[in-house]
Design a protein around this ligand. Structure first.
Ligand SMILES: [Zn+2]
Length: 325
């Protein structure tokens, strides 16, 4: 471990020791405090002996982020006690439930727009963000993918959710919303954490404005053929001062917009990658179907392509169709 981290953890432990000693003077009958003090003393002792931060079972280094979160951790993730495992599982289950509750209503309709999505985290929580926000007869839609996986990615995902939800309430032009979200993420995310995002506004007239910030191409299919809306900018959270430009298009009745994350486009079987061409082909083939059926068809095609290979990323699919005469 780097010297900086060791001295940070050492200070943390010393501080805890001081607080525990003071608390024990104030509440001498609290027997739990003595046990905690023994644990802190033992950690300080391991620091002196040079065994601090090594798993007591396998003697390999304990994950550094876990040590920084709790300097008393004594076992690596592979060698947690049963109680620790149960605690961790409870935390993850709760985080998963919190995240599920942030999802929009599936099958949501807003004016002439009907939608459907599929949201499947790889583990307990996902780094994908999927949202549908009806606003004054219009529909704001967002699909994003946060760098990394697991809990850290899911935390940035919840931040994106809060940002887009509150910015939509402010009724800003879409371009300003994207710039604001980018700025806040830049200021708050860890270096190296960013999000590719497709965000759009669908109006009752069929006019759609889309910003693709570093994400996979959005696909629009209909009577007019197929259109790929490529990224015109960098992912959100990378650079504070960056411009985002919009693509505007007119969607007619029966036209469908399809968005996805790399759980689809980068899915692999033994020989091949799924790829954007296959996504495009599939969406074109199934374009007459309503959103829910298109999503089902896409999942079936993905399953037959994967031939039982394990997935390695969060997967989100979103279809939006303009209905009407
Ligand atoms: Zn271990």
């Amino acid at each position: 471990m780097a010297t900086l981290e060791v001295s940070f953890l050492h200070n943390q432990l010393e501080d805890r020791k001081r607080r525990l000693e003071a608390a024990m003077v104030a509440a001498p009958r609290n027997s739990g405090l003595a046990g905690l003090l023994r644990e802190v003393d033992s950690a300080l002792d391991r620091m002196v002996k040079g065994s601090y931060g090594l798993c007591e079972e396998c003697h390999e280094p304990v994950e550094q982020d876990r040590l920084l979160a709790d300097p008393l951790v004594r076992y690596c993730l592979d060698h947690l006690t049963q109680t620790e495992r149960a605690d961790l599982q409870r935390d993850l289950d709760l985080a998963s439930e919190v995240q599920r509750n942030l999802l929009p209503q599936n099958g949501l309709c807003a004016g002439d727009w009907e939608t459907s999505y599929h949201y499947a985290p790889l583990g307990a929580v996902s780094g994908d963000y999927c949202d549908l926000i009806p606003s004054d007869g219009q529909l704001v839609f967002v699909l994003g993918d946060v760098s990394g996986k697991g809990v850290a990615a899911s935390m940035l995902m919840t931040q994106l959710h809060a940002l887009f939800r509150s910015l939509t309430k402010m009724a800003l032009p879409l371009g300003q919303m994207v710039s604001q979200a980018n700025r806040v993420l830049c200021e708050s995310a860890l270096a190296g954490q960013y999000a590719t995002v497709v965000c759009g506004l669908a109006k009752p007239t069929g006019e759609v404005e889309i910003h693709n910030a570093g994400h996979w191409p959005a696909i629009v299919v209909g009577k007019g053929g197929v259109l790929r809306i490529e990224s015109t900018g960098l992912p959100l959270g990378m650079f504070c001062e960056v411009e985002f430009s919009a693509t505007r298009l007119q969607m007619e009745a029966g036209d469908t917009l399809f968005l996805y994350t790399d759980g689809l486009s980068e899915a692999r079987n033994a020989n091949d990658e799924y790829g954007v061409d296959r996504v495009t082909h599939l969406v074109r083939q199934q374009s007459a179907r309503p959103p829910a059926e298109l999503i089902t068809a896409c999942l079936e095609d993905l399953r037959s392509f994967e031939k039982g290979e394990a997935r390695f990323d969060d997967l989100t699919l979103l279809a939006i169709r303009r209905v009407g005469s």
